[in-house]
Design a protein around this ligand. Structure first.
Ligand SMILES: Nc1nc(=O)c2c([nH]1)NC[C@@H]1CN(c3ccc(C(=O)N[C@@H](CCC(=O)O)C(=O)O)cc3)C=[N+]21
Length: 291
């Protein structure tokens, strides 16, 4: 039996048209278009492709978007100066500084310089703290995309055994927090699940993963999730975006298809959802700032 597909591309299209409708409504009410400023430092081809995809998705949904391209030799002071200008610009509601940054720039210093009110990635420590304590200002894009992909395909999370493989600040840790958190009226994207976080030092990794009703693969290692690690019928979400010789490879081995009950593909799964949640946050930032 082949797994049912968690089709991120299709859900992203549905949600983008919902967002576009809200953006159009704001325009009719005389409000400024939600504005996203994306900052790209250097010439990494994968980063250029992501930024291009984000820019197009914004344009399609009626958002105002600008891309600031800086050379790979940009100094930290120059980048901080740009971030300061974007923080002060009323046409900019969301700021995204594409990571990773060149080695002469301290990622943390840049993340802390973005105004928390415009931090649509939800990387600023103030916003991470708000998320962690159950009063989110924004939801981080990839974790939010993962929760939407599951719940909008009818996969309930409350009380489930969920295993997250990976502990990064951008995926593993925040997705684990969101999945375990109590859902409330002011914090709806919360799973109420029993969550285990596994990583490179986890013992008996296959046994741990096989407990999962829902398995989130965010290790960044192509094909690391093999069929013996999956409970028959489990939902498997592949967050891996490993670019190998110009092709996208997930963290989930292709043979998992015959064991899992649900599986998100790469490409066409979490990636398009991540971009959609960025649009969602930019609209949300505009509401928070302009009303
Ligand atoms: N400040 C910051 N915020 C980010 O959100 C951020 C970042 N830095 N750095 C890099 C990662 C990676 N990321 C992806 C977004 C979309 C796809 C995506 O749409 N992928 C397509 C395939 C790619 C394509 O078709 O071009 C898919 O999976 O179907 C993938 C990866 C955002 N990131």
């Amino acid at each position: 039996m082949a797994a049912q597909r968690l089709d991120g591309k299709a859900l992203a299209a549905t949600m983008r048209s919902e967002i576009a409708a809200r953006v159009a409504e704001r325009a009719r009410a005389g409000k400024r278009a939600p504005g996203l400023a994306a900052v790209l430092v250097g010439e990494d081809p994968a980063s250029q492709q992501y930024v291009k995809n984000k820019h197009k998705a914004c344009q399609d949904a009626g958002l105002a978007t600008t891309v600031h391209r800086l050379s790979a030799s940009t100094t930290q002071a120059e980048l901080l100066e740009l971030v300061g200008r974007l923080n002060a610009d009323p046409a900019v509601h969301g700021i995204l500084v594409q990571l990773p940054l060149p080695k002469q720039i301290d990622d943390g210093a840049i993340i802390r310089a973005v105004s928390p009110n415009k931090d649509v990635d939800c990387f600023h420590p103030e916003n991470v703290g708000l998320l962690m304590t159950g009063y989110p200002r924004f939801y981080p894009c990839t974790p939010h995309g993962v929760l939407q992909l599951l719940t909008r395909n009818g996969i309930a999370l409350a009380g489930k055994e969920i295993v997250v493989l990976g502990r990064s600040n951008i995926v593993g840790k925040p997705v684990a927090v969101m999945l375990m958190q109590k859902a409330t009226a002011t914090n709806p994207a919360a799973g109420d699940a029993t969550v285990t976080v596994a990583h490179t030092r986890t013992k008996n990794l296959a046994d741990v993963c096989r407990r999962a009703d829902v398995l989130i693969a965010a290790a960044g290692v192509p094909g690391v999730i093999t069929p013996d690690m999956v409970k028959p019928g489990a939902a498997v979400v592949d967050v891996g975006t490993n670019n190998v010789d110009g092709r996208w490879l997930g963290d989930v081995h292709k043979d998992v298809e015959s064991v899992a009950g649900w599986l998100s593909p790469v490409p066409g799964g979490v990636g398009p959802m991540t971009i959609t949640m960025l649009l969602y946050n930019t609209l949300d930032a505009a509401k928070q700032i302009d009303g």
